[in-house]
Design a protein around this ligand. Sequence first.
Ligand code: SF4
Ligand code: SF4
Length: 508
Amino acid sequence: MSTSTSGLRLHGFPGGLKMRHHKQVSCRQPPAVAEIPKRLYIPIGQHQGEVGTLRVEPGERVLRGQALTASEDDFVVPAHASTSGKVAGVVEWPASWPPGSSRRCIELISDGCDESIEPQPLPDWQSRDSEAIINHLRAGGLAGLGGAMFPTAAKLRGDWGGLDTLILNGAECEPWISCDEMLMRIRPEAIINGARILARAVSAGRVLIAIEDPMDEVGAALESARRQMDSANIVRIVRIPAIYPEGGERQLIQTLTGLEVPHDGLPQDLGLVCHNVATAAAAFDAVARGWPLTERLVTVTGPGILEPRNFSARIGTRIAELVSQAGGYTDQATRLVLGGPMSGIALPSDDIPITKGSNCILALEADQVSRPHPTLPCINCTECVRVCPAGLLPQLLFKAVAADHEDEAAELNLFDCIECGCCAQVCPSHIPLVDWYRHGKDRLRLKRLDQRRAALAKRRFEARQSRLEKAEAERQARRERRRQKLAAPDQAKSEIQAAIERARGKKD
Ligand code: SF4
Ligand code: SF4
């Protein structure tokens, strides 16, 4: 346990690794505004959750900021046009995960005018209730910009019985990613105001903005903005030790509060909610300035990039276009990664468009990716257990997934794995453990989806059977009544006679 310079008592989390940082490589100059490409591929679903219904037709002209899909609930995040132009149609376009997959994208042909809709800020947001703020954030297409892309409105709304603390995560811990650090340097006011907006949305009386120690320039910029804008004095800037993965949500909460998020619970259960600093800046843009989310900062870096730097890029820009504006690849570039070297995803192509969660494009050279040794069997050394920040048993998880024992992997809390890569980093057998965990999670999700589908189909079948049985029973009852009438002709006759007389009476 230690104390930060802000006076907050800091705690730790188990495991983790000290990493050598390379953020300075892309942080030497301010971010460049990336050129708007001729064709953008805006994924219809960029977030965790359902996708919205299309609101545009092929051939239609749209303006920057115009909603392309409709949002029916908090788990449906609308996609917006990143520039003005013509909708060419909906196409299947390469996606980052799973390998070789594609996703539906709206192909937008830029008309070069970059004409925008009228901005629609939320007037007097300082005095508006949480409902109005969250609805505005939803309409602005906000999803977590830290990489997870969880719908922001869904994270904020809910009857949590009082959230007291908002945590803003500015402790991007991957060694090469610098977009959050750059954002905190160039837009500290947007982050402080965004923090106030998010805090108001959940009625939190305290905001902790976590940054890595040392980040002196960032700390000074945020502190100065805080002094100007935080008259209620609810925001604190907290420097935390740079131990990977301290930027993981659960690890950050544990570091700042000493509280452990229960394995089947949420931070909200502890009265906390955690967002990325970039999400806070986007909340400021949506609520105070009236701009939906159509661009983000992306770090384009690594030894395989000629001129590494950060770009302010429109959502839907292909990675190849950003790499070309960063001088292109070096001759030795061999692998492209979305995210950092520890938890990123190897990309099969640079045709993939950037989404709201794309924080870094990393190009590595052969000596950074080649494995010095082939993969060997697990020797049960438990090194992976020592460094796992989630308190898991990575070697047992690996064995369960490799043996296709998904249920056993689920019991070992596979879904608590944050895919930080610490275990794979220290494994003397060079087992690509994180790839196995992702594979296991995909299989488990598919299995659960199949189970849900089967349960739904069973319910539908049973409901249909019950309808058919009821209809058959009614038919039988009608038949029985008719049969009984025929069996008693006098009664039938008298009923017919009575009906005739009733009809005559009416006629008279
Ligand atoms: S570090 Fe590798 S070899 Fe050692 S126990 Fe874990 S998986 Fe097995
Ligand atoms: S990747 Fe998963 S299992 Fe491995 S150290 Fe990180 S959290 Fe633990």
